[in-house]
Write a protein that binds this ligand. Structure first.
Ligand SMILES: [Mg+2]
Length: 256
């Protein structure tokens, strides 16, 4: 019995986007700063204190994180979320700018932010060279994610872009992955050939496990898992470790 017996080859790799391939934090910060400059938000907004753009962005991140959690709990819808986060921010700082107009411009700039993480392109090229079918599975706003993907170097390597706003469900809901499988023309009996790679324990890893898929936790910072690591999940400290894991089954195939 070979060392690799029991390892199964994967033919479909479902890749999370933000924090796994894309540097979303960098994209969001650039878009926020750009929009703030256009709207003359800082350093001294009309009627408000002398908040710097650094302070505004730091507070925006907290508000944004909270409002996406509200979305996951079904307390707000995606369309309302877009401007509401800026309405809350402006209210805190006494800023008179129009949240809807600010949001619209922010999303345009954000859709142009295609900063990728160091090593991500080589990682995707290696998967593509191994003959894998690559799909992105991401939560987020369709126009933003499609714009960023179009400006990224991943075109021609990654076949599909599955975005929660288009699929009608958010990771970690099983309905998200079920709809992606449906669009791929894969039956749910073909789950064994697919693996999810992502940096979010709650969205990617628990989402994959909840739908019955294997997963690799992209965990370059070496964080402790928030809960016991299920047998179907591997903890990978970087892209090479992900490749070692998802390509491992290939080496176990008989050569004849
Ligand atoms: Mg992510």
């Amino acid at each position: 019995m070979s060392y690799y017996s029991g390892m199964k080859p994967y033919d479909l790799i479902l890749l999370d986007a933000d924090g796994t391939l894309f540097d979303f934090d960098a994209a969001a910060e650039a878009a926020f700063r750009g929009t703030a400059a256009e709207f003359s938000l800082a350093p001294h907004a009309a009627g408000g204190g002398a908040a710097s753009v650094d302070e505004l962005f730091a507070r925006y991140r907290v508000i944004n994180h909270g409002i996406w959690a509200e979305l996951e709990r079904g307390e707000i819808d995606k369309e309302s979320l877009k401007a509401e986060r800026f309405r809350r921010l402006f209210a805190e700082f006494g800023i008179g700018a129009d949240p809807a107009a600010f949001s619209a411009r922010f999303l345009v700039l954000l859709s142009e932010g295609a900063q990728v993480l160091p090593g991500a392109l080589d990682f995707v090229r290696a998967l593509h060279a191994a003959g894998k079918h690559l799909s992105i599975v991401t939560n987020g706003i369709s126009a933003v994610q499609r714009g960023r993907f179009a400006r990224s170097p991943f075109g021609g390597l990654i076949s599909d872009l599955f975005i929660s706003e288009e699929l009608g469900a958010e990771k970690p809901a099983p309905a998200f992955f079920a709809e992606a499988f449906r669009r791929l023309g894969r039956s749910e009996s073909e789950k064994a050939g697919a693996v999810v790679v992502g940096d979010s324990w709650s969205a990617d890893i628990l989402g994959a496990v909840g739908f019955g898929l294997d997963a690799v936790w992209f965990n370059p910072a070496g964080k402790a898992a928030p809960s016991a690591i299920p047998p179907a999940v591997s903890d990978a400290r970087g892209y090479q470790a992900v490749l070692d894991r998802v390509l491992a089954g290939d080496r176990g195939l008989p050569e004849d």
